[in-house]
Design a protein around this ligand. Structure first.
Ligand code: UDX
Length: 447
């Protein structure tokens, strides 16, 4: 089988690289030259563990074919995956322009035998509209929905080892093609993981066969529920701060209950990235389009948006003001393990402190470059954690990179002017930091 991925962003590029490494002839269609040109040279436009190793294998074995041409790729493909971006509109609703543009353009080159699989996250009901579009057009391609569940920083691992493969749509040929492609990858997953330098993990490997609409809603609901868990943990963190409990102890206790689970109950500076903020607001808009009240998600969203300001305010209380204080923010990517800075809480915190009159310096091991455009102009970007922390009254750990956990705290103490460490991503060993003579604080751990 030959496949095409339309859109080589964080999702499409990872899938294309894994499929090609499994020996599947894969066209990687990307219209943005800033992404396509590096890809032709074996480079990803973002940092993700193991990805460039797989890209290089795909380019060498000729199975990965980067191109900007629908015409050269789609007519030769049995399956076309749509993995284009869905940015936000200013009102928070998803902008589906790329989704429809890709479907429209692809329709020009598909036949009734082509299987078109939607991988991007789209509002429930989008598939029906694209099916009408294909039917109105001569292509009459088969439409299926198979949303992805990969998380950045573990993308390659998540494509290889997964809990569920959702297949939305009842067409037999479409279902069989998706199953066969995944089987091809699954049969070689340990070898591909080895090339990528990733440890194999055990997952459930469930296949979930549902309607297109259910598949669309599974994806939106799963992401929104995880975001809800995080916002719930952050609400309890505020209560822990006010009452003197410790949020890590609380969530460790709560999460032991298998009905609840410990995952996604890490309180901190809130969720960021290209998925949760967008998917939560997308679900709210989608519900409202269907006349359904989803105020539970509005509350989760509001709580999340409050976290950077909450943290800036806590630091203000501890330092006795922010104006004129020198503060270092360590961690600018939205989570550790990626250079992606979309909706990054660390950047939001740094900008808020700058607005409040602090002198802010920042550092991230992989995201300094990508963060620059989103940081206010007065903020200094350091080349190391210690450089950013030089003479600082306080250091904020905004993203839990391992190198911040492993910091030489006695050296940090000598570098800093003050002694406050604010562990905004709840990443550090509180007792170890205190032992070094620091004042330690974190969301939900200020007791
Ligand atoms: C998410 C989903 O996990 C993935 O299944 C989906 O396909 C895409 O969206 P991603 O956004 O890449 O993946 O990362 P994730 O690990 O889910 O983290 C999202 C944000 O939540 C990050 O900012 C992270 O720091 C934050 N987070 C996560 C918390 O604040 N607390 C937690 O307990 C977990």
């Amino acid at each position: 089988m030959t496949v095409t991925f339309l859109g080589c962003g964080y999702l499409g590029l990872t899938y294309a690289a894994v499929f090609a490494a499994a020996g599947i002839k894969t066209y990687a269609v990307e219209l943005n030259p800033d992404r396509l040109n590096p890809l032709k040279q074996g480079k990803a436009f973002f940092f993700e563990e193991g990805l460039e190793e797989l890209i290089s294998v795909g380019l060498k074995n000729g199975k990965l074919i980067p191109t900007d041409s629908y015409k050269d790729s789609i007519p030769n493909s049995d399956v076309v995956f749509s993995s284009v971006g869905t940015p936000d509109n200013p009102d928070g609703s998803p902008n589906l322009d790329y989704i429809y543009a890709a479907a429209n353009e692809a329709a020009k080159y598909m036949s009734p035998k082509t299987i078109f699989v939607q991988k991007s996250t789209v509002p429930v009901g989008t598939g029906s509209k694209i099916i009408t579009l294909f039917d109105d057009n001569d292509s009459k391609a088969i439409y299926m929905s198979s949303p992805e569940f990969l998380a950045e920083s573990t993308s390659v691992r998540d494509v290889l080892y997964y809990d569920r493969l959702v297949i939305g749509g009842t067409d037999k040929k479409g279902t069989d093609a998706i199953l066969k492609l995944h089987e091809t990858v699954d049969n070689q997953r340990d070898q591909i993981a080895k090339i990528a330098g990733i440890k194999p993990v055990k997952r459930l490997d469930e296949r979930v066969f549902v309607s297109i609409k259910s598949a669309e809603l599974i994806k939106a609901a799963a992401n929104s529920f995880l975001a809800l868990k995080i916002s719930f943990a952050n609400s309890i963190a505020k209560l822990a701060d006010a009452s003197g409990a410790d949020i890590v102890e609380v969530m460790d206790g709560v999460g032991i209950d298998q009905r609840i689970g410990r995952a996604f109950l890490n309180a901190g500076r809130g969720y960021g990235g290209g998925c949760f903020p967008k998917d939560v607001s997308g679900l709210i808009h989608s519900a409202s389009d269907y006349g359904v009240d989803l105020s539970i998600m509005e509350a989760a969203q509001e709580l999340n948006e409050s976290m950077p300001g909450y943290i800036a305010n806590r630091i203000k209380q501890i330092l006795g003001g922010l104006k004129g204080k020198k503060i270092a923010v360590l961690g600018l990517s939205f989570k550790a393990g990626t250079s992606d800075v979309r909706q990054s809480p660390g950047i939001k915190i740094a900008n808020l402190l700058d607005i409040a009159g602090s002198s802010v310096s920042v550092y991230d091991p992989h995201a300094n470059g990508e963060a620059k455009k989103d940081l206010r102009s007065g903020i200094k970007i350091g080349q190391s954690a210690l450089e950013a922390a030089d003479d600082a009254n306080a250091v904020i750990i905004a993203t839990a990179w391992p190198e911040f956990r492993d910091l030489d705290f006695s050296q940090l103490k000598q570098t800093m002017l003050g002694t406050l460490i604010y562990d905004a991503d709840n990443a550090l060993d509180k007792d170890q930091v205190k032992k070094e003579g620091f004042v330690f604080s974190a969301p939900g751990r200020s007791a």
